[in-house]
Design a protein around this ligand. Structure first.
Ligand SMILES: Cc1cc2nc3c(=O)[nH]c(=O)nc-3n(C[C@H](O)[C@H](O)[C@H](O)COP(=O)(O)OP(=O)(O)OC[C@H]3O[C@@H](n4cnc5c(N)ncnc54)[C@H](O)[C@@H]3O)c2cc1C
Length: 399
C-alpha cells in the first residue's frame, strides 16, 4: 500500500511529491502515462519557466528535466507509462501499465492530470476532415520532441497566451502563419503581449472564427464566418483549455459544472476524502509556476491529513458562482477559523461592477472590478468572516 499515489507527473504532481517527501511521508509514487516526468513543459521549447522555483528563466524542457531530477533525488517512486484508467472509492486506482492492468491502493491519491486545449470537435468547425488540424500541444510535441513541421502556412485560431506561445514556436521553426483569427473584439492576452501577432506582421481578424475547413488529404483553405477565404496548409487551434478530468468524470467524485474540474475544499480535498486534486485540472489554466506552488501547498495538506491534522469535511460551506461568474475554486470551505487561502474565479464575459461575496445573512466582501474572461481573479479568504450558521456563500458581480 502506498502512502500517496500521485496521478500525473507535471509541475503540480512533482511539487506535491517533493513536499510530501520533505515532510517525511515514506511511500510516495507518481503514476505518469508518458515515458518521462515533466508534463506539458516538456514540449514547450521556449521560456519563461522556473523563475520562482529555480531563480532563473528556463525553457520548458529544461524546467521539466530539473523537476524530474528533483523527484528522483527525493526518493519519489516513479512509475512511467502508467496510465490510470479508473478511480474507485477510498483510494483504489486502476492503471494500464507496461506489465498489463494493475490495481494500486494508496492512503491518499492526488489527481494532477492537467488541462488540454479544446479539440476541433468541441469547437463545432464544419467542412472536410483533412490532415493538418492541430492544437498547440500537438504542434509543440511534433517540433520539439520529433523534429517535424506539420505545416508551413497555418491559420492560427485564438489569442490567449498559449496562442502567442504557438506563434513563437512557429516562428522558431520556419512556419509562417497566414493569419490569426480571434472570436472576441480584442486580444485575450494582456497588453502588450496581445500585440505580438501584429509585431510579426501577421494579419489578425477579430470577431471572427473558422466556419469551414477545406481540403482533401491535407488542409487547403478555410472560410471564416465573416466570409473571408484564406489559403493555408494547416489550422492551429489554440487555447480554450478544458481540465483533463475524464477520470474524475467517470468516477464517484463530484465535478463542478463551471470549472469542469473536481469539486475541492481549501485543502484541495475532493468529495471523497481519500482524493485530492491540484494544478490545471482544477481550472483552465494557470502558469507552470502557479501549478507548482499549488501542488506544493496541497502536498503539504495531504501530509497534514495523513497525520490527522485536517478539519472534518462534514459541515462545510458551499461556494456558489453567481451572476457574471463562470466558476469559483475551491467550491467548498471546511469550517475553520480563521479561513486561510483564497478563492480563485473567472468571469463569463468582459464585465465591470462590484465583486461581492455574501452569505444568507450578510455581505462579507466587496470590491470594484473590471475584468475579462481568462483573467485570474483572487479573493483572500482571511478577509472574510462567514457567520457561524452560514451554509452557502455566493460570489457574484453586481452593478
Ligand atoms: C502550449 C503551452 C505553452 C505554455 N507555456 C507556458 C510558459 O511559457 N510558461 C508557463 O509558466 N506556463 C506555460 N504553460 C502552462 C504550463 O504548461 C501549465 O501551467 C503546467 O504544465 C500545468 O501543470 P500540471 O502539473 O497541472 O499539468 P500538466 O503539465 O499538464 O501535467 C499533467 C500530467 O498528467 C499526466 N496524465 C494525464 N492523465 C493521466 C492519466 N490518466 N494517467 C497518468 N498520467 C496522466 C500527463 O501525461 C501529464 O504529464 C503552457 C501550456 C501550454 C499548453
Amino acid at each position: 500500500m502506498l502512502d500517496v499515489a500521485i496521478i500525473g507527473g507535471g509541475p503540480a504532481g512533482i511539487a506535491a511529491a517533493l513536499t510530501l517527501k520533505a515532510r517525511g511521508v515514506r511511500r510516495v509514487a507518481i503514476l505518469e502515462r508518458e515515458a518521462v516526468l515533466g508534463g506539458v513543459p516538456r514540449h514547450c521549447g521556449h521560456p519563461p519557466f522556473g523563475l520562482r522555483e529555480f531563480g532563473r528563466i528556463l525553457t520548458g524542457p529544461a524546467y521539466a528535466r530539473r523537476l524530474a531530477a528533483l523527484a528522483e533525488e527525493a526518493g519519489v517512486e516513479i512509475l512511467p507509462r502508467y496510465s490510470v484508467t479508473a478511480l474507485q472509492p477510498g483510494g483504489v486506482v486502476q492503471a494500464a501499465t507496461p506489465n498489463g492492468a494493475a490495481t494500486i491502493r494508496a492512503r491518499r491519491v492526488l489527481l494532477a492530470t492537467g488541462a488540454r486545449e479544446a479539440p476541433r470537435a468541441a469547437r463545432f468547425v464544419g467542412g472536410d476532415r483533412p490532415l493538418g488540424v492541430l492544437n498547440t500541444g500537438a504542434l509543440q510535441a511534433y517540433v520539439h520532441l520529433h523534429g517535424l513541421a506539420p505545416f508551413r502556412r497555418p491559420v492560427v485560431v485564438g489569442t490567449e497566451l498559449v496562442g502567442l506561445s504557438a506563434l513563437a514556436t512557429c516562428r522558431s521553426h520556419g512556419i509562417r502563419p497566414v493569419a490569426v483569427v480571434e472570436a472576441g473584439a480584442r486580444p485575450v492576452a494582456r497588453w502588450p503581449l496581445g500585440l505580438f501577432p501584429k509585431l510579426l506582421g501577421i494579419p489578425t481578424y477579430f470577431n471572427d472564427g473558422i466556419e469551414e475547413i477545406r481540403g482533401h488529404g491535407r488542409v487547403e483553405a478555410v472560410r471564416l464566418r465573416g466570409g473571408r477565404e484564406l489559403t493555408c496548409d494547416g489550422v492551429l487551434l489554440t487555447g480554450r483549455f478544458l481540465p483533463e478530468a475524464s477520470l474524475a468524470r467517470l468516477s464517484h467524485l463530484a465535478l463542478d459544472p463551471g470549472s469542469l474540474g473536481p469539486v475541492i475544499d481549501q485543502y484541495g480535498r475532493c468529495s471523497d476524502g481519500a482524493y485530492f486534486a491540484a494544478g490545471n485540472l482544477l481550472r483552465p489554466i494557470e502558469t507552470a509556476g502557479w501549478s507548482f506552488r499549488e501542488g506544493a501547498a496541497i502536498g503539504g495538506y495531504i501530509a497534514d491529513d495523513l497525520a490527522g491534522g485536517l478539519p472534518a469535511m462534514e459541515e462545510s460551506i458551499n461556494i456558489v458562482a453567481g451572476e457574471g461568474v463562470k466558476f469559483v475554486v475551491p467550491q467548498r470551505l471546511a469550517r475553520v477559523t480563521p479561513l486561510r487561502g483564497r478563492l480563485q474565479l473567472r468571469v463569463e464575459a468582459a464585465i465591470s461592477g462590484r465583486l461581492r461575496v455574501s452569505s444568507e445573512e450578510a455581505v462579507l466582501y466587496k470590491r470594484r472590478i473590471s475584468t475579462r474572461p481568462e483573467r485570474r481573479i483572487l479573493i483572500e479568504l482571511d478577509e472574510m468572516r462567514p457567520p457561524r450558521e452560514a451554509r452557502q456563500l455566493v460570489v457574484e458581480i453586481v452593478p
